[in-house]
Design a protein around this ligand. Structure first.
Ligand SMILES: [Zn+2]
Length: 156
């Protein structure tokens, strides 16, 4: 017996979601250890999502979520490493050249507990840090007003 499928309305091209992919922090221990393979698989996933959503740009946001399902870490994939940021404050957590899932899980737990990491001494703090440049943040002990400058937005 043939079933009738409901005709889907044509979408207005102005309506398209920005692809965002969430990964539970416990999933990352099953990711390929080879960063080139991981990068290729994440790129293939991005392209599938792009096609499914009709998204026109070639970017995607990847997040690792905490135990509550909230985004804790933003992650970018490259063939020779991954870049990490706090999804809460935008502070850079640096680049990893190996996929250290235990370290990433530790980062998630610190962020989940409301802490941010100093980019210089790499200690975690509950109080807001001093922001500098694009994604930098330092603790009061590391802050140097001659070094930790706000982003140059003069446009020259
Ligand atoms: Zn510090």
């Amino acid at each position: 017996m043939k079933t009738k499928t409901k005709r889907q309305p044509k979408l207005n091209p102005a309506i398209h979601p920005t692809p965002v992919l969430y990964f539970d922090k416990y999933q990352i221990q099953h990711w390929p250890k080879n960063l080139k393979v991981l990068h290729e698989q994440m790129e293939a996933l991005r392209i599938r999502v792009k096609e499914a959503t009709g998204y026109t740009w070639d970017n995607c946001h990847y997040f690792i979520t905490d135990v509550y399902g909230k985004p804790a870490i933003s992650i970018s994939f490259y063939s020779d490493g991954v870049n990490l940021w706090s999804a809460v404050t935008g502070t850079s957590l640096g680049n990893l050249e190996t996929l250290d899932h235990k370290l990433i899980e530790t980062f998630v737990e610190e962020i989940q507990d409301g802490r941010d990491r100093c980019c210089q001494c790499e200690k975690w703090f509950s109080k807001p840090l001093k922001r500098y440049s694009y994604a930098g943040a330092v603790c009061p002990g590391c802050y140097n007003p001659k070094v930790h400058l706000t982003p140059d937005t003069s446009g020259d």
